[in-house]
Design a binder for this molecule. Structure first.
Ligand code: EPZ
Length: 419
């Protein structure tokens, strides 16, 4: 078990080149399982979740090689349709392979996935949709057996009760090789869905409407090899912007996706930070003390404020002048970072979906534990702004989503080391 030792109080200044998006890379790696050939993915982040996805692919008979920020995946000779339980437990996105395996093999065996503890994370929408596409699904003691009797999924009209990112991705992955047309109503509109569809289209898939609430997929017989560059990670971007807002200083984010980060930036601007963006770069400078955000910050499906950026922004707002209020609408249990922030001197009151943040002049270092990926990143944001030394443990959560976290922060003047 490793820790981060963080000495707070240093302003950040310099340039950060953003990593590729974790939440795009994982479904795209599942998508590569559908391809009768070799895919080369560029701008892949080096993360433990990506290594887990690679292990899943290798176990299914694909050959996945990761080198620097490139993944080469050859799924010409796939052989297996079972993901062992230990691999399923490593991350939530393992469930994304279900649609891909079913689409390619006509059957699959998976189990309930692991991942961040953000409250109950059922997969009912995934299962209902896949059964509409012809899968017969049985759940025996947590093991899920899926089989399409005639071996090929069929197109279907599916209306999601909530625009679930994972369910939308799983349906798309199953539909690209299905017989006929699939229509997804109330589909998730997250940029990572568009990135998955962009990749699949590069392999010959026929998909329209991604980025909107209705996605139409016309099944094809086979997908072919391609080279594809994964989009930048907008949540890692939001994290480094929050860090600069919390600690002061000025940063240029390079390789950023500006339009996709806009729902976050438009809220962060209300704190008084100067933010400019052009040519895939976002510049931020904090002017004076941060101001609180007057309007309630409601997490919503894209293009609303992203739930994945709630914790990191909160960590900046705990020292803002005035009161800010968050409303978490996506996950039931996404305020687990607040205890650590309170231990560091923050004034936070959680009442159901709402969290009321009364800004305090400063935080102090403490011994704290990362509770989940973004919660852990939020604690690092707070620790970099606090007075004194923080020992942040359970940092394997942070390694799931941030490439070279401490190196990037050290390079722009933050004092952080891994022990
Ligand atoms: C994706 O998770 C992301 N993960 C999450 O990022 C992100 O927070 C989330 O989308 C929302 O944007 C990846 O892309 C790998 P959902 P996912 O299905 O697909 C409920 C991070 O920090 N639901 O849109 O699991 C569910 O319980 C991670 O990088 C059902 O009820 O999210 C939740 O309340 C964490 N039944 C809501 O929908 C279902 O069958 C949204 O979940 C599916 C979901």
């Amino acid at each position: 078990m490793q820790d981060f030792i963080i000495t707070g109080g240093n302003r950040l200044s310099g340039e950060i080149t953003l990593q590729g998006s974790k939440n795009s890379t994982l479904p795209i790696m599942a998508g590569a399982f559908l391809v009768n050939g070799k895919c080369t993915l560029l701008n892949c982040p080096k993360l433990t979740d990506v290594y887990s996805a690679s292990r899943i692919l290798n176990c299914l008979g694909s050959i996945c090689r990761l080198k620097n920020n490139c993944a080469e995946i050859d799924s010409t000779a796939v052989s297996d349709s079972v993901i062992p339980e230990n691999l399923m437990r490593e991350m939530r996105s393992s469930i994304m392979f279900m649609g891909a395996i079913l689409g390619r093999m006509g059957e699959c065996t998976v189990s309930i996935p692991g991942g961040c503890e953000l409250g109950p994370r059922p997969i009912d929408m995934h299962l209902t949709a896949l059964s509409k596409m012809g899968a017969e699904i049985t759940d025996r003691h947590g093991k899920i057996f899926c089989k399409i009797p005639d071996g090929r999924a069929r197109g279907a009209r599916i209306s999601l009760s909530f625009p679930s990112v994972g369910a939308t991705e799983n349906i798309i992955l199953c539909a690209v090789l299905a017989d006929g047309e699939t229509v997804i109503n109330n589909a998730a509109r997250e940029p990572e869905i568009c990135d998955l569809c962009g990749f699949l289209r590069s392999c010959g898939a026929k998909i329209k409407g991604d980025g909107e609430s209705r996605i139409i997929i016309e099944g094809v017989r086979e997908l072919h090899s391609c080279e594809y560059t994964v989009m930048p990670d907008r949540i890692a971007g939001a994290t480094y912007l929050s860090m600069t807002a919390a600690t002061g200083g000025e940063i240029i984010l390079k390789n950023a996706c500006i339009a996709e980060t806009e729902p976050f930036i438009s809220v962060l601007e209300q704190t008084g930070c100067r933010i400019y963006s052009a040519d895939n770069r976002i510049y931020i400078r904090r002017i004076g003390r941060l101001k609180s955000v007057k309007d309630r910050i409601r997490t919503m499906p894209h293009p609303g404020f992203p739930t994945d950026a709630q914790a990191v922004l909160m960590a900046a707002l705990v020292t803002a002048d005035g009161t800010s209020v968050f409303e978490e609408n996506i996950f039931d249990c996404r305020y687990r970072h607040t205890d650590a922030l309170i231990k560091m001197g923050a004034d936070i009151q959680v009442m159901g979906k709402a969290a009321v943040i009364r800004g305090v002049p400063r935080l102090h270092g403490a011994e704290i534990e990362a509770t989940d990926l973004r919660g852990g990143a939020a604690m690092a944001v707070a620790a970099l702004a606090a007075e004194g030394i923080t020992k942040l443990s359970c940092i394997s959560h942070i390694d799931r989503g941030y490439e070279n976290f401490e190196k990037i922060i050290s390079a722009v003047g933050g004092k952080i080391r891994r022990e």
